[in-house]
Ligand binder design. Structure first.
Ligand SMILES: [Zn+2]
Length: 621
């Protein structure tokens, strides 16, 4: 028996089950069919005999979704001949990816309405024949126009009736997992003509990342709650991690990852899908790593979130980085520079109209905050400031910020080539990462521009030496670089639970002092309390080493003296205070702890006596 004939038998049995015909009628139709001179589909014979109508057949098929192939069904319904099906199947073999229905429409075997009618019957879906679909706005907002366009789906609400998701491609059975939770309403699938779907999708307003609508859906609310909580607590990153038995949510606060809550594992997929939709990522892709971006508006604050999806053995891990979630840190006077240091940085570095200022430190040392603080200080109506950043982390009114985006061809090199032509006074290069960006910074300074940039080095002298090692002429460095800032972020001792810490002789020795000449050194330390999540620390404080180059340092550089010699010249002739020294002063002020100093600060030289450091930094004892 051919597949098509088999389909006929299946449909006929279904008609019996649905009591449209009885067994006697079926047996009679089969006997008639066998005696016909040319083959005729069984369903057609049943209709010829007047046992059922075409409408009844379609109704039955719609009620009882069947596993019959489209071509066989078209044959059985008498819409095409078996020979036509065979030639369509042969044509389809030469056109990989094209669907059988499409091949038959293109070759004039059937029209689109007939195809959709049959598909509707095959899949048991309604077929919307109207030319105009009015999308349901609430569902459009929830799923976003971008996703709907991607799925080629138009949500339509039938009065107070059900929500229909209308497609032109009937393979909608492959909706992404977790999709139901996103729609949140009960919905049914339906079909409409290709052009009708196309028109409706075109009419959806085109927009980029969408500000999240508040919805009753649990998942939507959960994502909103997490972001809102992160904003309120000044969190820098949200981690959503699938574990074997739960979904763990942690948030990074002051550089430390703190467990926040556990969610049921079955929430994982829809939660990630929801974030993917907000971030404009592909929700059908679950195995490959992806990234995306969310522009989130909340309480007058516009927040830029960078999202990363990472496939792990337990599912996708999501990290959301809240880029400008520290809006009050843009003032230089609030980042922890001691009074005299701050004054020098403003007057001897930022107020100088040209030259390169390098801000250095490892990742997470607060370089960007200092860079933006400096930009904010220089920002005024008479100054043109232009940036090349990867990516823009804070938005500052009045300056021209460019976010590097190599995906669309806005590369670092291309941007730096164009930046000088914009007639800027101040050029901010997000990071010196290679010879090309170093050259750009130096050339811009040589032509009279002020250049601010960051550099990945351990200390200030290291910044100068690393430029030398990039094969940049020593005289170019010495004639353009005016200042190198090195910095770290140290955890701030929790003021609610801190107590005195009198350092032991051994601890004093570890800091580089001689216990005999320095008998007493009192810091503070904490055991931890509810206020600091029992970490003993709350917030962070910057520690700075600011080298303002003078003639002695420039000479030492040109003569290629050793780093040890250059360092000695810097501390002796430029009033530079080292990272360790600035940290020690902050520890005596009760801001940070002995352990933080030992953990984070380089101890290259013996620190000078505390009273001398107080004087150099302008700290009152
Ligand atoms: Zn505490």
């Amino acid at each position: 028996m051919s597949d098509a004939a088999n389909a006929g038998t299946q449909i006929a049995e279904l008609l019996v089950q649905e009591q449209q015909i009885d067994q006697t009628q079926l047996a009679y139709a089969q006997r008639v069919r066998e005696r016909l001179p040319s083959p005729r589909p069984l369903t057609t014979v049943l209709q010829d005999l007047g046992y059922v109508t075409e409408v009844q057949v379609r109704q039955t098929l719609r009620n009882r979704r069947m596993d019959i192939r489209l071509g066989d069904l078209l044959c059985e319904l008498g819409l095409i001949r078996e020979s036509e099906l065979q030639s369509a199947l042969a044509l389809q073999k030469n056109r990989p990816g094209q669907k059988l229905g499409q091949v038959m429409i293109e070759n004039g075997l059937i029209n689109e309405d007939t195809l959709l009618d049959t598909l509707a019957a095959q899949l048991g879906l309604p077929f919307f024949r109207n030319d105009l679909l009015t999308p349901d706005e609430r569902t459009v907002r929830r799923l976003t126009p971008g996703l709907l366009r991607k799925l080629r789906c138009v949500p339509v609400r039938d009065g107070d009736g059900p929500l229909y998701l209308v497609f032109d491609d009937p393979l909608v059975a492959q909706l992404p997992e977790g999709f139901e939770d996103l729609v949140s309403d009960h919905f049914e699938l339906a079909l409409a003509r290709h052009q009708v779907i196309e028109d409706a999708l075109l009419r959806l307003n085109r927009s980029g990342p969408v500000t999240t609508p508040i919805s009753e859906s649990v998942v939507v609310r959960k994502v909103n709650d997490l972001i809102k909580a992160a904003i309120a607590d000044g969190v820098s990153d949200i981690h959503i991690e699938p574990m074997k038995d739960r979904l763990r949510v942690r948030m990074r606060q002051d550089g430390v990852l703190i467990p926040r809550e556990d969610l049921p594992l079955d929430m994982a997929r829809s939660l990630v899908s929801r974030i993917k939709i907000m971030a404009g990522a592909d929700i059908t892709e679950r195995r490959r790593h992806q990234d995306g971006r969310i522009l989130y508006e909340h309480g007058g604050l516009k927040l830029d979130l960078r999202i990363s999806f990472y496939g792990t053995v337990h599912g996708e891990k999501t990290v959301m980085r809240l880029l400008n979630n520290r809006s009050n840190l843009l003032d230089l006077s609030e980042i922890g520079m001691q009074p005299r240091l701050l004054q020098r940085f403003r007057e001897d570095v930022l107020d100088i109209p040209s030259g390169v200022t390098l801000i250095t430190g490892p990742t997470g040392s607060g370089k960007t905050t200092t860079l933006y603080g400096a930009v904010n200080y220089l920002n005024n109506p008479n100054t043109s400031i232009i940036t090349a950043e990867d990516p823009v982390e804070y938005l500052i009114e009045g300056i021209n910020q460019c976010s590097i985006n190599s995906k669309i061809g806005v590369t670092y090199e291309e941007t730096l080539r164009h930046i000088v032509r914009q007639d800027p006074d101040v050029i901010v290069i997000g990071e010196i990462r290679d010879r090309f960006s170093a050259d750009t910074a130096i050339q811009a300074a040589l032509t009279g521009h002020k250049v601010l940039t960051t550099f990945h080095t351990e200390d200030s002298i290291g910044g100068l030496l690393r430029l030398l090692h990039m094969d940049i002429e020593a005289f170019l460095i010495s004639s353009t670089v005016i200042c190198v800032v090195a910095q770290r972020l140290l955890r701030r001792v929790c003021s609610a639970c801190s107590t005195e810490h009198r350092l032991s002789p051994d601890e004093i020795r570890r800091l580089g002092y001689n216990p005999a000449e320095l008998r007493q050194l009192v810091f503070r330390r904490s055991e931890g309390c509810g206020e600091c999540h029992f970490l003993g620390y709350r917030g962070r404080v910057g520690v700075y080493e600011i080298l303002v180059l003078n003639e002695s340092v420039r000479d030492a550089l040109i003569q290629r003296k050793t780093s040890h010699e250059i360092r000695r010249i810097c501390t002796e002739t430029t009033r530079m205070v080292t990272l360790l020294e600035d940290g020690l002063v902050k520890a005596t002020q009760g801001l940070t702890s002995f352990e933080e100093i030992i953990r984070t600060l380089p101890r290259l030289d013996r620190p000078r006596p505390i009273p001398e450091l107080y004087r150099l930094l302008g700290v009152r004892s």
